[in-house]
Design a protein around this ligand. Structure first.
Ligand SMILES: Cc1cc2nc3c(=O)[nH]c(=O)nc-3n(C[C@H](O)[C@H](O)[C@H](O)COP(=O)(O)OP(=O)(O)OC[C@H]3O[C@@H](n4cnc5c(N)ncnc54)[C@H](O)[C@@H]3O)c2cc1C
Ligand code: SF4
Ligand code: SF4
Length: 954
């Protein structure tokens, strides 16, 4: 039940926002309200806004009712600044536009653009945005700018503040300013003289106060996100420029960033990285001072404990194991436009390091994979601690900066302080050139004594950083609630009074993200701590970072992987406590649909998770636990009588197709949609793109004596043909012709009609039936391939993925993508088709790392190739597209707009995914094997050598 103020607000918002964008159910309030910090506040209302007009109206309603409001981008913040117990405003699909200037020198970005997406758009021009937080694959521009986030390379020179070209903001009262537009500046000055004159006066007084101005300049020589960007008051004369720069790092407390333009920075193509080992931390820190004057792009300091946490990771040198306890490493990167220039830079760095005693000879890696391995290990350090922490504890990352010439002493002091407070597992690493150190430790918030230990540590750490080193308490991560009590300690009373005046000028009602940055409660950093109870071993290591969210097809519809975990943790907590049974029951009822029913079980979340969690496994386990004896019995019968099941499927498809042909698409659609609606969504959805039935029987072709492959057409390929209106042959017929054209004899496993990899059962958590089918298939493949002598080719990637996992490398199984790319293409003459083809790599192809090969095949077979960045998993998930079509529709909502006029079709490697893709895109999708077959002929020039060189391994 909503409290009065929020109920009134909801009613007012419902006048112009649809119901599904006003979220009040307890599961989504909890789950959507969560960010990556260790604080928990649950909003009373989540509002999804799609454009500036809506946002202004929401702010007007909040102002009218005096209701606090917090903005949310990706929710990867660590300091407690993206959470609220009032109204949370989330960004809908309308905030993802970007405009790159023709020369790439600037880019205009809406706040919902993910940082990495901006960089992908700039990459062809050799540019990138300056801010480079390690979270850039998930974090959005609104949060990056509002936190003034930065990372390993950007230093202070390339952060949002210093690369800001202009910003469009909406203030608490709904007024809009676009600092890039002269007319808007003039209009704003007329509309808000209080703010413009107030800021002008504040800036003048600050500049005239010489000690304060000097202190501000002094403090921003280091990375600093504690408090507001006071440097705006001394760096700019025009109050509008002051306002624009104050927005950076304001953590949603001064206004809403509606669009931002950055001056971009150069992204050199050639890079060299070296992990430089030292026997002593102090030597490493002295080397940093020396490296500052060399052409390094990044220098990361890693203390002995942090190296120990990643010693066993791939790419780490053996010498790490013998490094003394006092040892340390510098991870160094340099970049250049050409290889020759890179070599000069490497030499300069080597010369600078020559006087220092290194624990192993200096070696630079220029191979992108080798270098990426080093940097991935560095990026994984925070999660590495999270992954080994005891269940129930929290992993905390702090983020301070010291003058770089005092880095060694500061690091030793930090190590000692952490030890004194019992944080023996703590690791220290950071951006050494900036004196910016992160330290990571685990903390139990389950008892008052432990909370008190954290309090004592924070008091001592803040005092040390400020009084001994005049450092920054938050260099990158923002003040949030975590260091709000210490802002005055760091800045002094006068600077904080200036910050209060800023807040009062922008937000006189104090409604924008109250309690963040400035907070009168000296213990706010110890309040509202997030519980992380044991929920399930599959997900207990989750640090709620949110990195998995952009991969998930159900994000924004129901729950993301992180949100599924948050919800399940809360249910587990309530079950364990037993004191709120009604709330537990309500959450479970909602979880059935939001958590379990609408998960595609695609596993893509695992590909982005720094601790390797596949949330889909939790969901499959829950489905399995929820399946009663009846469901298991039916699954068992279906698995044992699989041939009969496929016959029934074909009969059903045939009947639907006959009816479709007789009454036409419009009548069929309207009729069946109506019946499905009347059934309360219990009947499966019908689609005009539904496959027509086919029946494939392996031909008994005589052996030609050529090389042999075993071909396994999946049950989908054997039974689901092309859709009505696209009369093509069944996929297995086409695939066999293609394989033979490339010079292979094709054999099939025995008893094909009844064979299946078990994936349809596995995704429902019906593990026994799944295992039965996969073991039958394994036996048939073993026999057909003569114990693995002949390569086995699958035409459907999800089946390849499952059987590779089941067989763990025991037989030579090839997905069609790998087989075509590595083996068939060299044996075929290809004539690319005209026009463009859209390529959709299915989730299993992504997980098997074959996306580039799929695109490469399409490029060989078509004049142009369309890839759609915004679509990851299609959400069809085998049969889920029929029973939960809203998941498929949501996952593919951006597809149609991304298909250009000249594109008449798409390719993929899973028939069921292709049904949903065809409907969403408005063009037919088919297996890539059709395309390759259509445009290929036997290579007249295929030589014995090229045949010998094929990558077929038995
Ligand atoms: C594992 C991990 C590693 C990280 N590494 C780094 C790092 O290297 N460097 C770094 O700086 N940070 C890092 N972070 C912290 C965080 O990812 C960044 O600060 C990031 O920029 C936050 O962006 P977001 O989209 O998640 O914003 P959110 O967390 O959603 O919001 C951030 C703040 O911005 C406000 N806000 C959001 N949108 C708007 C808007 N449109 N207008 C005004 N205010 C808005 C919010 O109210 C909030 O106060 C890391 C976090 C994690 C979990
Ligand atoms: S599942 Fe992994 S990526 Fe997702 S929030 Fe948890 S730790 Fe982060
Ligand atoms: S398995 Fe797929 S749908 Fe399920 S939580 Fe993970 S990414 Fe989302």
């Amino acid at each position: 039940m909503l409290p009065d103020a929020h109920r009134q607000l909801r009613n007012q918002l419902a006048v112009f926002l649809p119901d599904d964008r006003l979220v009040t159910d307890p599961l989504r309030l909890l789950a959507w309200g969560t960010d990556a910090s260790f604080y928990r506040l649950v909003p009373k209302l989540v509002v999804v806004v799609d454009d500036e007009t809506e946002l202004r109206r929401v702010l007007a309603c909040c102002a009218h009712l005096g209701t606090p409001v917090t903005f949310r981008a990706a929710g990867t913040s660590l300091s407690g600044q993206a959470i609220t117990d009032s109204v949370l405003v989330m960004l809908g699909d309308g905030w993802r536009q970007m405009r790159v200037a023709a020369d790439g020198a600037t880019i205009a970005l809406q706040p919902g653009v993910i940082g990495a997406a901006a960089n992908r758009a700039l990459a062809p021009l050799g540019r990138k945005i300056g801010p480079d937080p390690a979270s850039i694959d998930a974090a959005m521009i609104g949060g990056i700018a509002a936190n003034n986030a930065s990372g390993m390379c950007c230093g202070t020179a390339q952060n949002s503040y210093h690369t800001l070209a202009g910003v469009r903001v909406v203030l608490a009262d709904g007024t809009v300013l676009d600092s890039r537009d002269a007319a808007s500046r003039a209009e704003f000055a007329r509309a808000r003289p209080d703010l413009v004159e107030g800021l002008a006066e504040l800036a003048r007084r600050t500049r005239e106060d010489a000690p304060l101005a000097a202190r501000i300049r002094h403090k921003f020589r280091l990375k600093n996100t504690t408090g507001y960007s006071l440097n705006a008051l001394v760096d700019f004369d025009d109050p509008i420029d002051v306002l624009a720069h104050l927005m950076i790092g304001s953590e949603g407390t001064l206004g809403f960033i509606s669009e931002i333009s950055y001056r971009t920075v150069e992204e050199h193509a050639h890079k060299a990285s070296a992990l430089v080992l030292f026997d002593h931390l102090e030597t490493a820190c002295r080397a940093v001072t020396r490296l500052k004057s060399t052409p390094v792009a990044a220098v990361e300091l890693l203390d002995r404990a942090s190296l120990r946490s990643v010693e066993a990771k791939p790419g780490m040198p053996e010498a790490l194991a013998t490094l003394p306890d006092d040892g340390a490493a510098l991870l160094v990167e340099t970049r250049a436009a050409t290889t020759a220039a890179l070599a000069v830079r490497v030499d300069a760095i080597a010369a600078a390091l020559a006087p220092f005693a290194l624990a192993r000879p200096l070696r630079f890696a220029t191979d992108p994979k080798e270098a990426a391995a080093l940097w991935n290990v560095r990026k994984g350090m925070f999660p590495a601690v999270g992954a080994v922490r005891p269940t129930g504890t929290t992993v905390i990352i702090e983020d301070v900066a010291f003058p770089v010439d005092r880095l060694a002493a500061a690091t030793l002091d930090l190590q000692a302080l952490l030890g004194e407070h019992g944080y023996r597992e703590a690791i220290i690493f950071g951006h050494a050139l900036e004196g910016n150190l992160h330290f990571v430790f685990t903390q139990d918030f389950g008892s008052a004594a432990e909370v008190d230990r954290y309090r004592r540590f924070m008091d001592a750490m803040c005092a040390m950083v400020v009084t001994k080193y005049d450092g920054s308490l938050k260099a990158e991560h923002g003040t949030g609630r975590n260091v709000a009590p210490f802002v005055e300690l760091e800045w002094g009373a006068e600077a904080v009074a200036t910050m209060r005046r800023i807040k009062a000028l922008f937000d006189p009602q104090g409604l924008l993200n109250p309690g963040v940055i400035l907070n009168a409660d000296p213990l706010v950093h110890l309040a509202n701590l997030k519980p992380l109870p044991a929920a399930d071993p599959i997900v207990d290591k989750c640090i709620e970072c949110g990195f998995c969210e952009p991969k998930c097809p159900s994000r924004g519809l129901t729950l993301s992987p992180r949100q599924r975990i948050v919800g399940w943790r809360e249910i587990a907590r309530l079950d364990a406590g037993g004191d709120e049974p009604e709330r537990a029951t309500a959450l479970k009822a909602l979880y059935d649909y939001q958590g379990i029913e609408t998960c595609a079980a695609c596993g893509l979340c695992a590909t982005a998770c720094p601790v390797g969690i596949e949330t889909g496994l939790l969901i499959k386990a829950l489905r399995g636990r929820g399946a009663g004896p009846l469901a298991r019995g039916v699954a068992d019968v279906a698995a044992r009588r699989f041939g009969a099941v496929t016959v029934a499927l074909r009969v059903g498809l045939g009947a639907a197709d006959l009816l479709h042909g007789a009454i036409g698409t419009a009548t069929m659609q309207a009729g069946l949609d109506g019946i499905r609606k009347a059934s309360g969504g219990r009947l499966p959805k019908w689609s005009p793109q539904l496959a027509r039935p086919v029946r494939f029987s392996p031909p008994a072709a005589a052996s030609t004596g050529a090389e042999r492959i075993v071909y396994f057409p999946s049950c989908a390929a054997r039974n689901l043909g092309p859709q009505r209106g696209h009369d093509a042959e069944a996929l297995p017929d086409v695939a066999e012709r293609l394989f033979r054209r490339a010079g292979f004899d094709v054999v099939y496993p025995r008893g094909l009609d009844a064979l299946c990899c078990g994936q349809p059962f596995e995704s429902k958590g019906l593990d026994d039936a799944a295992a039965l089918k996969s073991s039958e298939l394994a036996a048939a493949l073993r026999e057909a391939s003569d114990g693995g002598r002949w390569p086995i080719v699958f035409d459907t990637s999800p089946c390849t993925f499952r059987m590779k996992k089941v067989l763990a490398g025991a037989l030579g199984i090839h997905d069609s993508i790998d087989f075509v790319h590595d083996t068939l293409l060299p044996r075929l003459a290809l004539t690319p088709e005209r026009g463009a083809v859209a390529v959709h790599p299915v989730c299993s192809a992504r997980k098997m790392g074959s996306v580039d090969k799929l695109v490469a095949i399409a490029r060989r077979c078509s004049e142009a190739v369309v890839t759609v960045d915004a679509v990851q998993c299609c959400g069809f998930a085998g049969d889920r597209g029929f029973v939960r079509p809203e998941l498929n529709e949501h996952a593919l909502r951006d597809l149609r707009a991304a298909i250009p006029a000249g594109c008449s079709g798409g390719v993929s490697t899973s028939r069921t995914c292709e049904i949903g893709l065809s409907e969403a895109a408005g063009v037919p999708y088919e297996s890539i094997l059709y395309l390759v077959e259509r445009c290929s002929a036997p290579a007249a020039t295929a030589t014995a050598a090229s045949r010998d060189g094929v990558a077929v391994t038995a």
